[in-house]
Each structure stands twice: as C-alpha cells, then as structure tokens.
Ligand binder design. Structure first.
Ligand code: URA
Length: 235
C-alpha cells in the first residue's frame, strides 16, 4: 500500500514528470519508465548471471533510455534554417544549460551514455560514502562547474536505496545555488522514494523500477546487488 501520509503536500506539477503520474509509481513527481526495452534490460541487469561487461553495457543503455524521458520537458525554441532544398523553421533546445551530476562511484556508470545524447552537458561529481553503522552519507568529494547555479542539473545514481545519499547530494547542490534539478536512477526503493520526495518535493524522479524493501545492510531487495561492484568488477 502506498503511504502518502509521509509525503508533504506536493504540487502535482513537477515539470515533465507529473503529467505521467498514472504509471506504477503512484506518487506525484515520480516516473517509472515501463517501456518494454527498459524492463527487459532491467531484468538482465538484475540477474546474478550477467557478466561485468554485459552489466556495464546494459546500464549504459538503460541510462540513455531514462535520459530520453528525463529530458522530455527541456525548453525549445524555433529557429530559421535552410535545408539543401528550402528554407524552414525548426526547433532546437534552448533555456538552461545542463549539468549531469554523478554520485560516485556507481553514478559514473550512467554518465558516458548520457553524454552521448547530451554532448554539451557539463559533469559534476559528488563523493559520498555510507557510514556502515548509521547508513548516513558522509561527503568526501564535491567538484562542480563554476556556473552550476545557472544550470539545470540531472543527478544520477543507479540505486536509490535509503534516500540518504540522494537527499544529501541535493541539499549540497541547493547550497551551491542550484534551483532546477531532476534525479535519475535505475532502481528505487519505495522507502527511499518517499524520503527523497519528502525532502525535495519539487525534484522530479525518473526510475526504471521500484522495489518495495531494503535489507538490514541498506541494500535494495531484490535490487541488483552492489551497483558499483557489478559495474567495476570489484567483488
Ligand atoms: N547501493 C547499491 O549499489 N545497491 C543497493 O542495493 C543499495 C545501495
């Protein structure tokens, strides 16, 4: 059952996300990308039989499909161009420039694929580790473009588990002056989603799946294991 009581009153209008609330998330501002290609690839990344190289490739592919949805509401303008045949009016991206922010280290598994679609985007990195006792995030690295406060930021981390790291990352970016953000992940836990929505209700969330629970170590169940270890073959 979806307990909405923990989430403060949230305007339905999280740009580009709220219009598609009638999907599996059941939460305003959360988009679950239920496209068959995405769901097929999510099944493959979850499987423990998937090798490191295939895991990396699949995460990259999923990141691109999620980016397609996360950028659906980017501002556009119409300009005049000439094709080899005739002059015409055509649309291009306008508005705020983009910055992708990777929550280290697993977020990096998303970045290269996203940059293929958004080649002009800048990239920032936030390093947070989870205190194994409290599961609270502790920051060890923060490097952003100087004009981060002028950019639309897409924060990426494949796994939204407790939500603590995501909340800390968004807090830190707001301190740096960022006003427009989205959060993109591969698998979100429902408790993590609730926590993130409660802390940052104006930030739209795009995910490929929602899992109901976490285990005592803060891993998403069933999830896919440790995304960093699976991306980099470190376990
Ligand atoms: N981080 C991961 O890599 N996996 C989880 O399940 C939770 C946090």
């Amino acid at each position: 059952m979806n307990d909405m009581s923990a989430v403060p009153a949230v305007p339905d209008a999280v740009p580009g996300v709220a219009s598609r609330d009638d999907n599996a998330a059941g939460m305003p501002g959360v988009l679950v990308v239920d496209h068959p290609l995405v769901q097929h690839k999510v099944t493959l990344v979850r499987s423990e039989e998937t090798t490191t190289d295939n895991f990396r490739r699949l995460v990259r592919e999923i990141s691109q499909l999620l980016t397609y949805e996360a950028t659906r509401d980017l501002a556009m303008e119409t300009i005049s161009i000439r094709t080899p045949i005739a002059p015409t009016q055509s649309r291009i991206l306008s508005g705020k420039k983009l910055c992708l922010v990777s929550i280290l280290r697993a977020g990096n598994g998303f970045i290269d694929g996203m940059l293929e679609l958004l080649p002009a985007a800048r990239v920032g990195h936030i390093g947070l580790y989870r205190d194994p006792e409290t599961l609270e995030p502790i920051e060890y690295y923060f490097k952003m473009p100087e004009d981060i406060h002028e950019r639309m930021v897409i924060v990426v981390d494949p796994m939204l588990a407790t939500g603590n790291s995501a909340i800390a990352a968004l807090n830190r970016l707001k301190e740096a002056g960022v006003t427009t953000m989205k959060y993109v992940c591969l698998i979100a836990s429902r408790p993590g989603l609730r926590a993130l929505r409660a802390a940052h209700p104006e930030v739209g969330i795009v995910t490929a799946a929602i899992d109901e629970t976490l285990n005592e170590h803060g891993y998403i169940v069933p999830g896919l294991g440790d995304a960093g270890d699976r991306l980099y073959g470190t376990r």
